[in-house]
Design a protein around this ligand. Structure first.
Ligand SMILES: Cc1ncc(COP(=O)(O)O)c(C=O)c1O
Length: 370
């Protein structure tokens, strides 16, 4: 690893592969398909390892991610998001024409009519899921009758293929009490179940019900209505998944290697990896940060390795300020590894990701769709 400028992002391949195997087994045992989210991973070669282990494809947040995954040989793609605007719709249509399966989400008649228009023009059949809001208050139709009305429209629209429903129960992830969290997830999935039943009573084809995350999967994967799980970041693990996610022995597979650039005081050292290389802020609400369903930094501060008792006290744009035991051996020029706070805010900062096995560099990948 000495040949790389720091900060550099790297993956412990043995740990990653173990995590992937374990997750694939969990979902297989639960009788549910696994379509891991690609938004944090961003390297098709790593996604292909997930598929070799049993995943059916990948979930993406953007058209660019879907294109990168398709370029990397992955042909079963769900964009778990609304896509609108002719330039982006045409890009999806081109992926469909090239033979990839690309499913997109809709929560409005405007999506369905735009997709139908582009799909006819490009002569493709375009599969969609109706996105329903089960409590996150982001995108998504109201569950129940409004969602079923959209299902009906999608089913009847030329060149549009209704495949099912998508619901992301992300608002439950910050609920600390496990019993309360389970109840909130079950409430959210009950809305999905009711909507699926109404749609099926109306003879509408609901083949896919896609939900779940690295934090909610222990409940969601076992719900009988759910057919596939989107959990992605759990394959890397990070501080947030450790703090909020299920109890697991899964190891950390993603790291950022920085360098100690200053040791201005016995109890303080500074590394050259700040928020622009390992982000920690999720999202903010203009009204009340505490009200927002996702969480502020403390659950996702990067953790320094190799210096007992050390912690990141402050993350500036380009600096991690470390609080140290004064006896800590942290010299200017020393390398230092961090476990990222949240993988989603890490890999995309880098042009490349280094794959390491048994302390040897095995490969260097380009990070796609940044
Ligand atoms: C639509 C959607 N599904 C699933 C997830 C969960 O992804 P992960 O398991 O990587 O945390 C997210 C996270 O932001 C999401 O937006």
């Amino acid at each position: 690893m000495d040949q790389f400028s720091t900060p550099v992002a790297w993956v412990d391949l043995d740990v990653f592969e173990n995590n992937v195997r374990e997750l694939a087994e969990i979902f297989k045992a639960a009788g549910v398909s696994w379509r891991p989210h690609f938004k944090g991973l961003r390297v098709p070669a790593l996604a292909r390892k997930q598929i070799e282990a049993g995943a059916i494809g990948v979930t993406c947040a953007t058209v660019s991610e879907a294109e990168a995954a398709a370029d990397g040989g992955i042909d079963n793609l769900l964009i778990a998001n609304e896509v609108i605007g002719d330039p982006d719709l045409v890009r999806v249509a081109r992926l469909l024409r090239s033979g990839s399966t690309v499913i997109t989400c809709v929560d409005d008649l405007a999506h369905i009519s735009a997709i139908s228009r582009i799909a006819q023009a490009e002569d493709v059949q375009w599969p969609v899921l109706i996105d329903i809001d089960v409590g996150m208050r982001r995108c998504g139709s109201e569950p129940g009758a409004p969602a079923v009305a959209l299902c009906r429209e999608a089913h009847g629209a030329p060149h549009v293929r209704l495949k099912g429903l998508m619901a992301y129960e992300g608002h439950t992830e910050s609920i600390e009490d496990p019993t309360d969290r389970r109840a909130a997830i079950e409430d959210a999935l009950e809305l999905v179940r009711e909507t699926v039943e109404l749609a099926r009573q109306a003879q509408l084809p609901i083949e896919i019900v896609s939900c779940g995350s690295s934090i909610t999967y222990p409940v969601t994967a076992h719900h009988p209505i759910v057919t596939e799980i989107q959990a992605g970041g759990a394959a890397f693990m990070d501080i947030m998944y450790r703090n909020l996610g299920p109890d697991t022995t899964r190891g950390y597979a993603l790291f950022v290697r920085g360098t100690i650039i200053s040791r201005p005081a016995p109890d303080r050292a500074v590394a050259n990896a700040g928020r622009k290389k390992m982000g920690c802020v999720f999202a903010v609400s203009a009204d009340d940060p505490g009200e927002f369903s996702l969480l502020p930094c403390p659950v996702a501060m990067p953790a320094p390795l190799g210096l007992p008792g050390a912690r990141v006290k402050t993350l500036n744009a380009e600096h991690a300020v470390l609080e140290l035991d004064p006896s800590a051996e942290a010299r200017v020029g020393d390398p230092i590894d961090f476990i990222p706070g949240y993988v989603d805010f890490t890999v995309y900062h880098y042009e490349q990701l280094v794959g390491v096995r048994a302390d040897e560099v095995e490969t260097v990948w380009k990070v796609e769709a940044r």
